[in-house]
Design a protein around this ligand. Structure first.
Ligand code: KMH
Ligand code: ZN
Length: 274
C-alpha cells in the first residue's frame, strides 16, 4: 500500500484560544506543537501564524522564525499558508513565502466562507502561482469547491503549475463543497494521472473523511485549523492527539505513514532544484 502523508494544520486563522485552549499561537508554541505532531507521525506541517495578540498575521518575520525553528528541530515538510485570513490583502498574504518554505498553499478560486468571502480572483491566483514558480516553491492546491479544480487545470495549461500536482480537498466549509464522500470520489476521479491528494474534512468530518481517504489510498489533514474536537462534546487536548489517532487508523488499514523523506520524493519537492 502507498504510504500516507499526514498533514497537521495546527493553527489556522479563525480558531481562538477561547474556543480551543490548546491552540498554539506564539512562535515557540507553534514550533513545539509542530515537533510534537512530527513525533506523532505528521509528514507535513501546514503553517499559519499569529501576532502577539493571537490574531492571524502573514508577517514575514514571524513565518521565518517559525519555519527556521521547525527546521532546526526536525525534517518535517514546511508548508506555509498563502490563504491567510479573509480580511487580508493579496500582498499581505504572499509575505509568508519569503522564508522559502518547502511548500505553500494556492487556492484557485473564490468561495463563500461562512458569512465572509475568501477572495481569490483569477488575477490574484495567477500572480500567486507565478510567484511560487519564480521562487521554486511547490504549491499545494487548495480546493474548497469543485470549480476550483477546473481553474487549476487552466493554470496547468498556462504552465503556471507543473505536474505532479498535490491537491488538498477542504470539504465542509460553510459556503464551499459539502463533506460528502460522493463529492470526494468525483474530485479524485477528475485529477490528472500523476496527482497526489489529501482531504481536510471540517469539524466532525475530519475523522470520517480522513478514514475514507485512507481506504481510498489518499492522504489526510488533521488539526485545530479544521476541527477542535476529539469527539462530539470533547475538545482535543493537542494537535498531536489528532495526528496520533489518524496514524493508528492508518496502521489498522495497512497504510504505512510516509516519512518526510519519502514524502519529498512522492511530491517531487526537488523539482526546481538544479
Ligand atoms: N483561512 C482561510 C481563509 C490556506 O491556508 O491556504 C484560508 C486558508 C487556506 O486557510
Ligand atoms: Zn490554512
Amino acid at each position: 500500500m502507498q504510504p500516507v502523508m499526514i498533514t497537521a494544520a495546527m493553527v489556522g486563522a479563525e480558531v481562538t484560544r477561547d474556543q480551543q485552549p490548546g491552540l498554539p499561537t506564539s512562535p515557540q508554541e507553534i514550533i513545539s506543537a509542530a515537533v510534537e505532531c512530527y513525533e506523532a507521525g505528521a509528514t507535513i506541517i501546514h503553517i499559519h501564524v499569529r501576532d502577539a495578540d493571537g490574531k492571524a498575521t502573514q508577517d514575514a518575520g514571524i513565518f521565518r522564525e517559525v519555519v527556521e525553528g521547525i527546521r532546526a528541530r526536525c525534517d518535517v515538510i514546511t508548508q506555509v499558508s498563502t490563504g491567510g485570513a479573509i480580511w487580508m490583502s493579496a500582498d499581505e498574504r504572499l509575505q509568508s513565502i519569503e522564508c522559502r518554505p518547502d511548500m505553500a498553499t494556492l487556492t484557485t478560486g473564490t468561495v463563500n466562507f461562512g458569512d465572509g468571502v475568501f477572495m481569490n480572483n483569477r488575477g490574484l491566483v495567477e500572480t500567486f502561482a507565478r510567484r511560487l514558480l519564480d521562487y521554486g516553491i511547490v504549491p499545494e492546491i487548495e480546493i474548497f469547491d469543485a470549480g476550483m479544480l477546473d481553474e487549476a487545470m487552466r493554470l496547468r495549461n498556462m504552465g503556471l503549475i507543473t505536474d505532479p500536482l498535490q491537491f488538498e480537498f477542504v470539504m465542509g466549509v460553510p459556503g464551499g463543497i459539502g463533506a460528502d464522500p460522493a463529492h470526494l470520489v468525483h474530485l479524485v476521479r477528475s485529477l490528472p494521472p500523476e496527482s497526489t491528494w489529501s482531504v481536510a474534512g471540517i469539524g466532525r468530518h475530519q475523522l470520517t473523511l480522513g478514514t475514507i481517504a485512507l481506504a481510498m489510498g489518499g492522504n489526510v489533514r488533521v488539526g485545530f485549523e479544521d476541527n477542535i474536537y476529539y469527539r462530539k462534546g470533547q475538545l482535543a487536548k493537542t494537535n498531536a492527539e489528532l495526528v496520533a489517532r489518524i496514524v493508528r487508523i492508518a496502521q489498522e488499514l495497512d497504510r504505512p505513514v510516509a516519512t518526510p523523506a519519502q514524502a519529498r520524493e512522492m511530491l517531487h519537492l526537488d523539482r526546481y532544484k538544479s
